[in-house]
Design a protein around this ligand. Structure first.
Ligand code: GDP
Length: 141
């Protein structure tokens, strides 16, 4: 399997619960490495731009409001099949449907406050990484 990079965000609910370290440990335990990281409070315009693909969806306003409700921790994860591996670790979008032992099953409260974001494909990963990081910020091996 190819070594890939993917964008991961620990959302405001999980940051508020003080579980950044526990979530990063899940990634590391599954063989993914953090190769770039930054903590920030998104502006409304930044959150709208990041989630532009969902602009027409009825939940867009709630999603943006939630994502700017507190600081987020953003990282690039690198490893074999990192995109799919991260999605497996995250679990289903709705934590009620997420498999036991996944990040969302263990740390998320609702479909809005669902603890983590992860890129869902190669193109998305490339675009999402460059949304937050310059190539100079990414410390691959
Ligand atoms: P993800 O890739 O699993 O994060 O899911 P999507 O890319 O489909 O959606 C992005 C985010 O929008 C999700 O993580 C949820 O926080 C939110 N979202 C998605 N679908 C719904 C929905 O039906 N209702 C609400 N309220 N939020 C949703």
């Amino acid at each position: 399997m190819a070594v890939e990079r993917t964008l991961s965000i620990i959302k405001p609910d999980a940051v508020a619960k003080n579980v950044i370290g526990q979530i990063l440990a899940r990634f590391e335990g599954a063989g993914l490495r953090v190769v770039a990281a930054r903590m920030m409070q998104l502006s409304e315009a930044q959150a709208q731009a990041f989630y532009a693909v969902h602009k027409a969806r009825p939940f867009f306003g709630d999603l943006v409001r939630f994502m700017i409700s507190g600081p987020v921790m953003i990282q690039v994860l690198e490893g074999e099949g990192a995109i799919a591996r991260n999605r497996e670790l995250m679990g289903a979008t709705d934590p009620k449907k997420a498999d036991k032992g996944t990040i969302r099953a263990d740390f998320a409260d609702s479909i809005d406050a669902n603890a983590v974001h992860g890129s869902d494909g190669e193109d998305t990963a490339r675009n999402e990484i460059s949304f937050f990081f310059s190539s100079l910020d990414v410390n691959g091996r």
